[in-house]
Design a protein around this ligand. Structure first.
Ligand code: WTA
Length: 632
């Protein structure tokens, strides 16, 4: 499956094959997996509907590929190395055999509590091994998991549970985050007041704190687990059956429940994992993401396990007990491939390099980055201090919606250009579109990125809203997928992602739609209207700036801004709290009443020397007033 292995010419040859004969190419890769029944048709697609089917008629269970298939050859190999929050506690090495048994037990626990194929199970848990078991247990019995990142607020959790009509919630009493603990079950209890579909809550003891248990609904994980055994045959799934739902922020409205399929997702995540990282048998691979995000789904759990890799799972945070923790873990577990986000790199780079150099990082072979465009300074720091100029950095561009890497170097083979994601993965056909929606054919180009051909792990729909799926991703350019990113291409055909071109702002690697934050702010009785924009921040990448028009008498501005932060934290989550809140007399608007966010972005970024075309601006005096205030 690792079919690119010698050189960039090798990549070139494989890439050509993949785009000239995509069906033969992906059928070849797919046949290296275990299928209960082979597919009838490799690909059927129509981006106008949009509809994409890969390996139709194929029958499989992804956990037989992640677990059972490996038992003959690697039963005693470590599948997951779990590193706890507290560095003084010992790590757990979970073998493939043990993982198989744990997953089967949890699967039986789900079944014993009424979960059947097709039911939705919400998982709101910290980074403990049971989170991985739970994800795989759902897949084992054909239940659709919806993992919600355990940093989201109760309101965000409730919205997601209700959108997917989840029948069960898996959670824990709490979580360890560095020196702090967070009471997760309490957050769930608040959410569940609004969630009538949840029939059963199973709570894992993690921090050993007292929790309230509601009769007939809440049970303890350890008690439920003690009543089942580890014999759980896998449910036979169709290649196109949904594997999971994962929510991502949109530029407007509620979060979008991206639905991923089983067969294509498995094939693509495994293939891209092995090839981009050049993972070799016996390597120790560590992705620092949380399983609550797509990076964790695809490149901690499914891709690495289907590939038979050893994958590290870390419960804690990069700053605890100090900012050397990542490197301590790399040394301790002799990590060979290390994959993190630019925001983490920037945060770590602010601390003395001694925190890196005191650890032995000689096992490292490949570094990776994901989540937002990496800036030049962070790239060089990563290259010099972590990689010792000896480890290729793969800058992987992709999305929740794409399921797997789209544009990324092949480690050690693709010539690197700092801050460039470089070349498309096999099977990916990118295009750069101009302002008129025409493809720019010149090799050097800048515009909006689009993808012209389906790949196996493209999300199939938005849960319960196919129309929104079509409008969001397939209406910008006919017959193409539009990811929402801007991009440029150099004269060697290398791609550099320049950032979002919609109203999504990436703060510390988390996608945040500005509209839902504005809606939260507007709920305050003293707020008439608000506009939220992003501005550059040296650690977070972007931070949020809220411009707020107040209403009512005798407003205490300090109190109001505090209350606005609290509302945002409660409605969305602490990550969405604005760094700056400016109370303003008005917002710049066009004659048709649209807020001119472009101007607000410039003001927030302190870049007001040229505001661009302001001919449609209705109220220039407001812009002057806001600029004065912000300067003050
Ligand atoms: C951005 C994360 C530049 C991009 C896997 C994309 C990146 C959004 C990169 C998806 C990268 C991700 N270079 N930008 N290497 N990786 N992005 O859904 O704007 O959390 O559209 O998926 O992150 O974020 P998501």
């Amino acid at each position: 499956m690792r079919n690119i292995s010698t050189s960039f010419e090798d990549y070139d040859r494989i890439y050509r094959q993949s785009v000239e004969q995509p069906e033969a190419f992906w059928a070849g890769i797919a046949s290296e997996f275990y299928w209960r029944k082979k597919w009838d048709k490799v690909l059927e697609w129509d981006f106008t509907k949009p509809e994409v089917n890969w390996f139709q008629g194929g029958k499989l269970n992804i956990t037989e590929n992640c677990l059972d298939r490996h038992l003959a050859t690697r039963a005693n190999q470590t599948a997951i190395i779990w590193e706890p929050n507290d560095p003084k506690s010992s790590a757990k090495h979970i073998t493939y055999k043990a993982l198989h048994s744990e997953v089967c037990k949890v699967a039986n626990m789900l079944k014993a509590n009424g979960i059947k194929k097709g039911d939705r199970v919400c998982i709101y848990m910290p980074m403990v091994p049971e989170l991985a078991y739970a994800v795989l247990a759902c897949a084992r019995i054909g239940a659709i998991h919806s993992v919600v990142f355990a940093g989201f607020s109760s309101a965000s959790l409730a919205t997601r549970i209700n959108d997917a009509d989840c029948k069960m919630l898996l959670t824990s009493d709490g979580s360890f985050r560095g020196a702090k603990t967070i009471a997760l079950k309490e957050i769930c209890d608040v959410a569940l007041e609004e969630c009538p579909s949840i029939e059963r809550v199973i709570t894992l003891k993690v921090i050993d704190s007292p929790v309230e248990m509601k009769a007939d609904r809440d049970i303890w994980w350890h008690e439920a687990l003690s009543q089942v055994d580890d014999d759980c045959p896998a449910e036979e799934m169709d290649a196109e059956d949904p594997l999971f739902i994962l929510y991502t922020s949109g530029s407007t409205g509620s979060p979008k429940g991206m639905v991923h399929s089983t067969g294509g997702y498995m094939v693509y995540t495994t293939y891209t994992f092995l090839n981009a990282f050049q993972y070799e048998e016996g390597d120790i691979y560590w992705c620092t993401a949380d399983i609550g995000w797509i990076t964790g789904h695809s490149y901690i759990v499914y891709g690495p396990l289907a590939a038979g890799a050893t994958t590290v799972m870390f419960e804690g945070v990069p700053s605890y007990p100090d900012f050397g923790r990542f490197w301590e873990i790399c040394e301790k577990h002799k990590v060979n491939q290390f994959y993190t986000a630019p925001t983490a790199i920037r945060a770590l780079a602010k601390h003395p390099t001694e925190l890196v150099t005191k650890y032995d990082l000689s096992a490292l072979k490949v570094l990776g980055t994901v989540g937002e465009p990496i800036n030049e300074e962070a790239w060089h720091w990563y290259n010099e201090h972590v990689g010792k100029k000896n480890c290729p950095i793969i800058d992987t561009w992709w999305q929740t919606e794409t399921g797997g890497f789209m544009i990324s170097p092949i480690a050690g083979q693709t010539p690197l250009v700092p801050t460039y994601a470089t070349q498309p993965m096999p099977g990916i056909l990118p295009a750069i579109m101009d302002e008129n929606g025409e493809e720019i054919k010149d090799i050097e180009a800048q515009g909006r990125l689009a993808i012209k051909f389906p790949w196996p792990s493209i999300a199939r729909t938005i849960w319960g809203n196919h129309e929104r799926y079509k409008n969001t991703y397939f209406s910008a350019f006919p017959n193409m997928y539009f990811p929402g990113d801007g991009c440029l291409r150099d004269n060697n055909g290398n791609y550099r992602i320049t950032g979002r071109v919609d109203d999504v702002v990436i703060v510390s690697g988390h996608n945040l739609g500005t509209a839902p934050i504005e809606n939260a702010i507007n709920e305050h009785v003293n707020v008439a209207e608000s506009a939220v924009v992003g501005f550059p921040h040296d650690v977070k990448g972007n931070a949020l700036f809220a411009f707020v028009i107040t209403k009512g008498e005798n407003i205490d501005s300090t109190r109001l801004t505090d209350e606005i932060r609290t509302i945002v934290s409660e409605k969305i989550g602490p990550i969405a709290k604005p760094d700056h809140i400016q109370l303003v007399p008005g917002l710049p608007k066009t004659r048709s009443g649209k807020i001119m966010r472009r101007i607000l972005r410039k003001i927030a970024s302190n870049d007001t020397s040229n505001l661009g075309d302001t001919s449609t601006l209705l109220n220039p005096e407001v812009v002057e007033a806001i600029m004065e205030q912000v300067k003050g």
